[in-house]
Design a protein. Structure first.
Length: 155
């Protein structure tokens, strides 16, 4: 009985720690940052299985973070801006697809950053793992949005 309890505790700890995992293609330690401003010009999903609510959720959260950091484009300034394109996809376990669209196991976003003239200057993927499915989906989306902003602002 003690062995079973020990195994359950170890597995639970592994699941909790893996829920916090977040991986991006680019992580700079102390890299210079793009100063902005940044404007979300395109946000879309990449496949038919990804829930459309993720478009608004990720777009709203990324825009919120850009505004908080003071690097969001403001229409009234009429200054040149970096263009940000996001292409979102989510992986769902087989048993969740038709039931609960917030029960994804991971989010992946292809991010394209363009200069004010529309020339691509940076492209990569940001991935975030969601171990507890619909229970932690909102926290996962906030973390994913933070990773996207870190990606676009780092050089």
């Amino acid at each position: 009985m003690k062995i079973i309890k020990t195994i359950v505790i170890i597995i639970s700890a592994l699941v909790i720690f893996s829920a916090c995992a977040s991986v991006t293609n680019q992580r700079a330690v102390e890299s210079p940052k793009f100063r902005g401003p940044f404007k979300l010009v395109k946000v879309d999903i990449t496949d038919m299985e990804t829930s459309p609510y993720l478009i608004n959720s990720i777009m709203f959260k990324v825009q919120n973070i850009l505004e908080r950091e003071g690097v969001a484009y403001k229409e009234e300034t009429k200054t040149p801006y970096y263009q940000v394109e996001l292409f979102i996809s989510a992986d769902y376990p087989a048993f969740v697809k038709s039931e609960n669209m917030s029960g994804y196991s991971s989010l992946e976003t292809r991010v394209v950053l363009r200069d004010p003239n529309g020339k691509p200057i940076k492209e990569g993927k940001v991935s975030t793992f969601n171990a507890f499915k619909d229970i932690t989906s909102d926290f996962t989306e906030v973390s994913h949005a933070r990773d996207i902003v870190s990606f676009i602002t780092s050089q």
